[in-house]
Each structure stands twice: as C-alpha cells, then as structure tokens.
Design a protein around this ligand. Structure first.
Ligand code: ZN
Ligand code: ZN
Ligand code: ZN
Length: 487
C-alpha cells in the first residue's frame, strides 16, 4: 500500500475510499485487513505531515462477486444446479453488493473532484527531485574536492621559491571532474565499509562499491530513499528461493518480484515453483538492506589542469614572475569563491526540494539528501588514514554544508508558516533550470540528470516490451504479465 500512497498528493486524502472484495467470507466487513489498515492510517496520521485519511462507514465498501459467478454457472449453457442454502447465500450476496454499489456511487457524487493533473505534475517534480538527490550530493563532495585542490595550489604558488623556468609548470587551475557512466542494467551494491574500497586519487578519495549483491536487478519500486530503500526488501538479494516442485513452461503469473520476464514466441516462460525465505539482511554479503543502494550509474574522478598557455609563455624577469604569481592566486581565489557560491545554491535547492516533498507528501518521508551526505562523510572518515588526502577538509566542508542545509530548512518552514514560503511545482522547475545553468557544475548536473532519466525510461521501456510481446492468442498471459508488473 505504501507505494500507492507515496504517489498521491495529500490533497487526495479526502477522496480515498476503501473497497473490500470477496467480503462474503467476512460477513460483508473488512475482516482481518481492517485492523492492519487502521494501524497503517494511524501511523500516517501520527507523523508529519499528519494527514488524516478518514476510515469509517462512509469510506468503507464491502463487495462480493460470488453472485455473479452463480448467475453465470446456473444460466445456459452451464445450467448448474445449486441447493437452496447456497442459492439463498448468493441472493444475499447479490443484494448486499448492489446496495454497497449504490452507496459507493452516492458517495463518489458527493465528493469534490480531486485535480488529477495536480498529482501528476507533482509526481513529475518529485521524480526529478529523487533523480537529482544522489548526483547533487556527489557534486557537493566534488566541489569540496575542487576547493581543496585550489587551496593547495594557491599555497604552492604563494610559497614558490624555485627557478623562474619552473614556475610556468605550476601555473594552472586544478580541476577534479566527476564523470558518470550509465550502467547497461541497474544493480544492487552494498555501502558497508567491508563491501567498499577507498581509492586515493592524488589526494581525493573515491569510494568504490566492490560487492555486487544483485546484478542486474529488475526492481521497479523505490520509496525514494538512496540508502535503506524498502523496495530493496523485494530484491533477490533479500530473498532466498528454493524449488519445491517441477519447472514448467506457462504464461507468467504469480511471479516473485525482481524477475526478468522473458517470454518465448508463445508468450510463455519457464516457471519454477519456489518457497521464499525473506530477510532484511542481504543473502549475498550478510549486511542489512539499510546499507544497500540501487544504482544505475557509476562515477569516476578525472583530474585535469586548466592552463592559460599563451599568457605565461615567457616569464623572464622576477617582476613578471611576481605578477604571474599574483594573477594566478587571484584566479584561484575567484574559482574558490565561485565554487563555494555554487555549493550554497545547491544546498539551498536541496533544502527547498526537501521542504516541497515534505509539504506535499501524503505519507512521512525520510530526508534522503541528509542521509546520503552522512553516508559520504562516513566513507571519507573510513579513508582518513591516507596521507595528504582531502578527507579532513571534505568532512569539514560537508558537515558545514549539512548545518547550512538544516538552517535553510528551518527558515523555509518558518516562511511557510507565515504563508510567504510555499514552494510550487513551477519553483522546482525553475530551481532545476538554475542548477543546470551553473558555471562550474551545471554541465555535470545536466548530464547526471539526463542519464538518470534515460535509465529510468529504459526500465519502463523494458516493462512495456514484456506487455506488448507474445503471441496474439496469449492475451491471458499478457494480461497476467501486465498485472504482475504493475503490482
Ligand atoms: Zn555488504
Ligand atoms: Zn534485485
Ligand atoms: Zn549485500
């Protein structure tokens, strides 16, 4: 139920109705599902944004379709005969269900329509935010790597006492680029320190996920978290399947989640009968699902030197040398300032995104950005034993950024209370545009977002492929495949 609610805008809360089917066996009442659903709704109400989804006679409807089956079975050509008790049972079932249907339609007419477009554009904005969160956190780390490099270079030029001829070699702006490589298929990796390695690339730390716990992974549900995503509980890494019967070729139905559906030309696939053992610990590496990530791109660090060759071609006098030093130091200072400003813009944007998600969601959500930045900090701490690495500086800068982020969120909350600070879907679009236009990091953000969208589209396209392929006579199989993918 969580994924369903996650996609709804909180303005939909009043229009949610609960329909129970097969209710003849539970005396036309919700049965065992009732208490579980009540608990679920009370959990939603108990946490921010405290959405109250009404659960009472006017929102509960119980049906039964046995009467319809009875009608089909007893009519020609089936002509089945039932005894009186059963016939009476089906009559009651029919009467109750018709009444419930009338009551449901009356209720629907009385409700003011929910603007579906609102939920759609909101979901779109939310989707973009989710796709941007991890890249932006990675870029925030990259900015501190760059600032660290620029400061190091500044010191080097400032302290330069060597021969004039050697100065030219030192006059450049260092650049640490983050390059993303989309994966052909998404995979599940573990972020626990035992499953990661840290590489020191000339002073900058790069964390590598060395354990592929499930690759390729076919999960489609995500609750938006980068770490501790509950969707991962459906991954094959969290489930052990043991065969309990013979394999057979059939139309795909009752599939376990995270399955690659490949149909033959008859629309069938090889099905196994299995028993499932679920675990919140990975069967691959033994760590909790909370430390695992679903990734569809990998990044690498590329270090470059940006030089202005024409300018410093010939430095012959001490005066020229001092001038060149001053000029380069100034350039580095400007770069540091511009990078810090961009970091500030990204932090503010993330605070606005978080506030937007928090204020529009129907169910409580975690602060994904904060969790992931803390994860990067932890990785840097683990790499702290490298000599001359940027770890300490990066940890300080990211901690400082998180403080600023918390502060920005508090300010946004305060502004919201005074009704000046509501963030709308259009604001989100504007912020994303601004981020993609940043001088130093805009290109990288744009590229990372594009590759995220592309891999998301790819997994959708694959799903659609499953639905559209197969033999024309296998409509049941196709429909099953379709529903299996939806739920
Ligand atoms: Zn692990
Ligand atoms: Zn998986
Ligand atoms: Zn694992």
């Amino acid at each position: 139920m969580h994924p369903l609610f996650w996609h709804l805008n909180k303005s939909a809360a009043d229009n949610i109705l609960f329909l129970f089917t097969n209710a003849r066996s539970t005396q036309y009442a919700p049965g065992d599902t009732g208490p579980a659903l009540k608990q679920f709704l009370s959990d939603i109400k108990g946490e921010y944004p405290f959405v109250d989804i009404p659960y009472h006679k006017k929102t509960i409807y119980c049906f039964d379709n046995e009467a319809f089956r009875f009608a089909v079975a007893s009519a020609p050509p089936n002509n089945m005969v039932f005894d009186d008790t059963l016939t009476r049972d089906y009559e009651v079932s029919w009467e109750v269900s018709v009444k419930e249907c009338d009551r449901l339609l009356e209720r629907i007419i009385s409700l003011s329509p929910h603007i579906v477009m609102e939920t759609l554009s909101l979901n779109n904005a939310k989707q973009h935010i989710i796709l941007l969160t991890q890249p932006l956190a990675d870029i925030a780390k990259n900015i501190s790597d760059n600032v660290y490099e620029c400061e190091r270079r500044k010191r080097k030029i400032y302290e330069f006492t060597d021969d004039i001829n050697h100065l030219q070699k030192d006059l450049y702006i260092p650049s640490v680029d983050i390059e993303s490589e989309p994966l052909d298929q998404p995979k599940i990796v573990c972020g626990d320190k035992k499953c990661c390695t840290q590489e020191n690339i000339n002073g900058n730390i790069k964390t590598h996920f060395k354990t592929n716990c499930h690759s390729p992974c076919y999960l489609t549900y995500s609750d938006g978290n980068i770490l501790g995503n509950k969707g991962l509980l459906d991954c094959k890494a969290s489930n052990k399947y043991e065969r309990t019967g013979p394999d057979r070729w059939d139309y795909p139905k009752n599939m376990v989640p995270d399955t690659n559906i490949e149909l033959n030309k008859d629309g069938k696939m090889l099905l196994h009968t299995v028993s499932t053992t679920k675990s919140d610990k990975c069967f691959g590496c033994g760590h909790s699902f909370q430390t695992h990530l679903h990734i569809n791109f990998e990044t690498k660090i590329v270090k470059k030197q940006v030089r202005d060759e024409s300018k410093y071609k010939r430095i012959t006098t001490v005066k020229e040398m001092t001038l060149a030093q001053d000029e380069q130091i100034k350039k580095l200072e400007i770069t540091i300032e511009e990078l810090s400003k961009e970091n500030h813009i990204i932090t503010k944007a993330m605070a606005k995104f978080a506030s937007f998600i928090k204020n529009n969601a129907l169910t409580p959500s975690n602060d994904v950005f904060e969790d992931y930045v803390k994860f990067i900090i932890k990785n840097e701490e683990q790499a702290g034993n490298f000599d001359g690495s940027s770890s300490r500086v990066t940890i300080d800068k990211l901690t400082q950024m998180l403080k600023q982020y918390e502060y920005d969120k508090v300010i946004l909350d305060a502004m919201k209370k005074s009704d000046h600070g509501s963030i709308w879907v259009e604001d989100i679009e504007q912020i994303i545009k601004q981020l993609c236009g940043l001088k130093w990091n805009g290109k990288a953000i744009k590229k990372l977002l594009a590759s995220q969208i592309q891999s998301k589209d790819q997994s959708h396209a694959q799903n659609e492929l499953v639905i559209s392929c197969g033999h024309p006579t296998t409509s049941v199989g196709k429909l099953n495949a379709f529903w299996n993918k939806i739920f």
